[in-house]
Design a protein around this ligand. Structure first.
Ligand code: IVH
Length: 702
């Protein structure tokens, strides 16, 4: 328990300040440099605040490494560094509505304005993402950076270029308000991932058995701060612009006017900004945004109030590392404390043993939470989460609730660490953890009822065979009744069990007819990629299934390839397929039980050849491109990212399969090889033309 501030001696205060400085630094590095927060934002804020209060009461004890003097994280190794021409600072925080009036009063006093004089503010949502700086020279985007430690950031130019919403150039004519383009303008704002894009990314990651992101902010940070911008290009990132840093050649008189210019030039500016005249209007804005929060397509963690008049902003200046003219008003975190009643193990389709926390139902930010995810055995051990513990539950956006902390001081006396099972709780087969994998798997295969049932649900699901009238509930019921054991059994249901079905509650003749129809539809034709996905091969998600379908075109060719002696090599050579996945695929098709099922299925279901999605085609779709030599208008990473976003595969070596070689300056052996093999060579300029003109690009005109 923390001691009342006023009762602290100098010695105690100094000791606590030292401890806080160390702890906050640890938390900041984890958050900013590794995108892996150790505690919730709310817990961090509590510590930061305690530090500030101590410093206010004991100013003579402020440390030279005080957390108040730091802005954010340090620059991660691996990125080029960019020194900000104007530092990227932070904001002070308030947490209570009552503190708004203090903020406004302080400003008024600082400026020597009478109590009656109103000050205009711009109120904005505080986007929960990661801040960026984008430098424009005469309206042309030049470089982009993260905040880093506020003085030096990471060079993310190539990564920012992959974000469609970021204007790559802007001009006066684009602007309805015709503000002339400044010579230099460093636009600042926040890159974020929308809630829906985050859920889609995580669900794809889950299907592929990859690590999930904890929340949209981490997903945005992890996607933007990729050394290989081609990875960023595959992630859906959005942004809002809300400030400028360095500015030369133009001026604005107010923040509102500046934001209006930005909008006119095509920069995304939050539609929820508002001009407010006094503390009351700011408080109303806070309440409105709090109510709107859940319905916004992106996460916000509070609101920001900024003095509108730039002349006043200049007079107000900064206190250490944050402006006097702005403040962040944070929302209370959506957290609550409850009891962890039990840890239950679920067995998924691939045999993964996933621990789930059953908690005493509790209201967290307006939603009743009964279960929370515990991820895996390591996570339980790391946090030492035990049955019977009082735990802090957090709900961030639409994410599955998580346990962010354990109140160990409230732990029951007889509590024991959780023993993660070494056998499958459903079928009793051995459960194993392989190599570095954090996940424990049941080795029972389809002999394990849990895996068999989940595989059936997967087989009929939307992205697989999409069989109407066979939701998860019905599959569970038919499985329990023993009517279906494997996917092929589904197709016998209407004939074999027609009478029983018709008699069941909620199943009239019409439902049986509908089911028959849905099954017949599937029999008459299933797309190759859906069929491969439906088989439920470990690591093979929708994207990989599509990749296989695209590569092999028809089922017979795919099947022959995966059954061939050199299947592993063939698969591994497909761009986007690694050795682990290749091995899972080979193993799957080597298992006799699986083969029996597959033969039965392809006898029943007509698997259609893969059809290309015409709409998404660009000139480079499916083409293999190799870059060589020095590019002068973009970095290699940027060029790669652009080619990948246009649908191309980028390869490191030239072969007869290469469609294009893009040759920059002083290209050497790869260019020679391309010429020898008769592979089409594009200059850097031609590559730009290909990108700009997309599908309309005329091959012969170069
Ligand atoms: S203004 C001088 N406006 O919050 C400070 N920041 O806690 C300029 N943020 O570093 C920042 N939404 O990453 C500003 N509408 C908004 C914001 C915002 C989110 C972030 C930004 C900043 C952090 C401070």
């Amino acid at each position: 328990m923390q001691k009342e501030l006023a009762h602290l001696t100098d010695l105690e205060a100094a000791a606590e300040l030292a401890q806080l400085s160390k702890r906050l630094k640890e938390l900041e590095i984890a958050y900013h440099t590794y995108d892996a927060p150790l505690v919730s934002d709310a817990e961090y804020d509590v510590l930061k605040r305690r530090n500030e209060e101590l410093e206010r009461l004991f100013p003579h004890l402020i440390r030279s490494d005080s957390p108040s003097l730091r802005v954010g994280g340090a620059v991660a190794e691996g990125f080029q560094k960019i020194t900000h021409k104007v530092p990227m600072l932070s904001l002070g925080n308030i947490f209570e509505v009552a503190e708004i009036a203090d903020f406004v009063d302080k400003i008024r006093r600082f400026l020597g304005l009478p109590d009656t004089q109103e000050i205009e503010f711009v109120a904005e949502p505080k986007i929960d993402g990661l801040s960026y700086s984008a430098m424009y020279h005469n309206g042309i985007f030049e470089t982009g950076a993260t905040r880093g430690d506020g003085t030096v950031g990471e060079d993310i130019t190539a990564n920012l270029k992959t974000i469609d919403q970021l204007p790559k150039r802007f001009s006066e004519s684009d602007n309805l308000f015709a503000h002339p383009v400044p010579k230099w303008l460093d636009v600042r704002g926040e890159v974020y991932m929308s809630k829906s894009d985050f859920l889609a990314l995580n669900s794809e990651a889950e299907k592929m058995g990859k690590k999930l992101f904890a929340n949209p902010r981490n997903a945005a940070a992890g996607s933007l701060r990729q050394l290989d911008a081609a990875v960023t290009a595959t992630r859906k990132l959005s942004l809002f612009s809300y400030a400028y840093g360095f500015l030369e050649g133009q001026k604005w008189s107010s923040h509102w006017d500046f934001l209006t210019s930005l909008k006119g030039w095509g920069f995304p500016v939050s539609p929820d900004i508002k001009l407010c005249k006094n503390a009351q209007e700011l408080a109303d804005y806070y309440t409105d945004m709090m109510a709107k929060r859940a319905d916004l397509p992106y996460d916000i963690d509070g609101v920001v109030y900024k003095v509108n008049d730039y002349a006043l902003q200049e007079r107000l200046g900064f206190i250490t590392r944050s402006p006097r003219w702005a403040i962040a008003h944070k929302f209370p975190a959506e957290q609550a404390i409850t009891r962890l009643n039990a840890i239950r193990i679920q067995v998924g389709r691939t045999g993964a043993l996933t621990p789930v926390a059953d908690v005493e139902p509790i209201n967290v930010g307006g939603v009743i939470v009964k279960h929370a995810t515990l991820h895996n055995a390591d996570e339980i051990a790391r946090k030492d989460i035990r049955e019977g513990d009082m735990v802090v539950i957090q709900r961030a956006g639409d994410v599955i609730p998580q346990i962010v902390d354990v109140l160990t001081d409230k732990r029951p006396e007889n509590s024991r660490p959780f023993d993660f099972p070494t056998v499958c709780p459903i079928c009793g087969a051995t459960a194993v953890k392989e190599g570095d994998d954090a996940i424990t798997y049941c080795t029972g295969g389809l002999g394990c009822p849990a895996q068999a049932l989940e595989s059936l649900k997967h087989f009929v699901s939307k992205s697989a065979l999409d069989i109407d009238g066979l939701g998860a509930k019905n599959i569970e019921l038919f499985f329990e009744l023993g009517w279906i054991k494997t996917a092929a059994d589904l197709f016998d249901l209407p004939q074999k069990y027609a009478d029983e079905l018709r008699m069941r509650d909620g199943w009239g003749p019409k439902s049986v007819e509908n089911l028959t129809e849905a099954l017949n539809k599937a029999k008459s034709g299933v797309a190759l990629d859906r069929f491969i996905y439906a088989l439920g091969i470990r690591e093979v998600g929708e994207a990989t299934a599509r990749l296989f379908a695209k590569t092999f075109g028809v089922w017979d060719v795919f099947f022959e390839a995966v059954r061939s002696e050199n299947a592993f090599d063939v698969l591994q050579h497909i761009e986007g397929v690694g050795p682990i996945m290749a091995q899972y695929v080979v193993d799957f098709f080597a298992e006799s039980h699986n083969l029996t099922q597959i033969h039965r299925l392809v006898d029943i279901v007509q698997v259609m050849p893969y059809e290309k999605d015409e709409e998404k085609q660009t000139f480079l779709s499916g083409k293999t491109v190799v870059f060589t030599g020095t590019l002068t208008t973009m970095t290699r990473a940027e060029a790669k990212a652009k080619a990948v976003s246009a649908g191309a595969k980028v390869s490191g070596s030239v072969s007869a399969k290469t469609d294009f070689v893009v040759a920059g300056e002083s290209a050497g052996s790869k260019l020679k090889q391309a010429q020898n093999l008769g592979v089409r060579v594009l200059s850097e300029k031609e590559f730009h033309q290909v990108l700009d003109e997309g599908f309309n690009y005329q091959y012969d005109e170069i």
